[in-house]
Unconditional design. Structure first.
Length: 371
């Protein structure tokens, strides 16, 4: 039998522990101190619970950092908090804050990769985005652990990232985002390739990707993507060269000044589809899902040529024969010349009106009256 002298201290210890636990528990159920719109709080990589508790106190989110730290250790969460930026909302309890950090429910922000971008443009956009941490070399990036799609033996990155809006945590690395975009591209392309129309002159998913990248750069209207894809497919089937300007421009690289000349079209390089048969060796940009689908399901027909309509809406005129195409090109050139002439005439008229409204030379406007 235990005597009262033995039980009394033990009972007192239990009661004291219960009171401490109850006090800390009650404290952890209290709401944090934030503005009505909440506050963004960063847990840096490697921060201990002690550091986080002190930072929360410095930010006036809580008053007793040691109690917050004690509860974390008591509940086994001290080593489980994850780095990132968190939104601490008004009305949240301290217990909910700790649970949020344990689950790693960090804030996510939109980062958009646009259709048609080249890899150089994609790299520049990521490098200029404050949400992204740059880890890849801008000139010779190591993509060996990023390009896991198995699409091509070469390590050429062009066209191999799916354009979309990605929700990412702050300070996500460019490598991690590109890896995610490459994985999504592989999934999309695999699905579209599996459901492609029969009889296409495309031997691999990579060739479909190349064709889709050309469609992406040529098409300004969604309604014309399949038509444009159909033209290129029929030209490939008929042994005709693609003769697509965007591919030539891509091959010119940074030397292109915006003015495509006859000399450019006649200067041979692997991407010059006026001098080379078949598809270019790689994609020329990032095709979106609509262009991938159009390349896999081109619109049937007989057209083999297209040229801009000149309407200013991105539409094209499609032709079945070279004669029809030449006529459409001539009409486009004539229309452009008329537009240029009209603009020059309007500019001259504006200059004439400005001159007529200007004060005459030698006038006395604003001159002080003599006394």
């Amino acid at each position: 039998m235990f005597s009262g002298r033995v039980l009394a201290p033990a009972l007192a210890a239990v009661m004291a522990a219960f009171l401490v636990w109850s006090m800390v528990w009650n404290y952890m159920q209290s709401p944090i101190n934030t503005a009505p719109e909440g506050v963004e709080f960063e847990v840096a990589q490697g921060d201990s619970l002690k550091t986080v508790s002190a930072s929360l106190a410095t930010a006036d989110v809580l008053a007793w950092p040691r109690l917050f730290e004690f509860w974390g250790r008591l509940t086994g969460r001290a080593g489980s908090i994850q780095a990132g930026f968190y939104t601490l909302k008004s009305g949240m309890t301290l217990a909910e804050v700790l649970a949020l950090m344990e689950r790693g429910k960090v804030n996510l922000y939109p980062v958009t990769i646009l259709e048609g971008w080249t890899f150089a443009e994609l790299q520049a956009a990521l490098a200029g985005n404050p949400l992204i941490k740059v880890t890849l070399d801008s000139v010779t990036p190591d993509l060996s652990g990023i390009l896991t799609d198995g699409l091509a033996e070469n390590n050429h990155p062009e066209g191999r990232f799916f354009p979309d809006t990605y929700m990412v945590p702050r300070s996500m690395s460019d490598a991690d985002l590109l890896r995610q975009a490459n994985t999504l591209l592989a999934e999309k392309l695999d699905t579209i390739w599996s459901g492609r129309d029969p009889g296409l002159p495309l031997a691999t998913p990579y060739e479909l990707l190349i064709l889709a990248s050309i469609v992406e750069r040529e098409a300004a209207l969604d309604t014309e993507r399949a038509q444009i894809a159909g033209v290129f497919v029929r030209r490939l089937q008929g042994g005709m060269r693609l003769q697509t300007d965007p591919s030539v421009i891509y091959g010119l690289g940074t030397g292109f000044d915006g003015n495509l000349t006859r000399e450019h079209l006649q200067s041979d390089n692997p991407y010059n589809t006026y001098t080379r048969d078949g598809l270019p060796p790689t994609p020329i940009g990032l095709p979106g899902e609509a262009s991938l689908y159009a390349a896999a399901h081109p619109e049937p027909g007989e057209t083999l040529f297209f040229v801009a309509s000149g309407k200013g809406d991105g539409s094209h005129v499609f032709s079945k024969s070279l004669r029809e195409h030449n006529a459409a090109v001539a009409a486009y050139i004539s229309q452009q010349r008329k537009l240029v002439a009209a603009e020059k005439a309007a500019e001259a008229e504006r200059a004439r009106q400005q001159k007529a409204e200007a004060p005459a030379d030698g006038g006395h406007q604003g001159q002080k009256e003599s006394e």
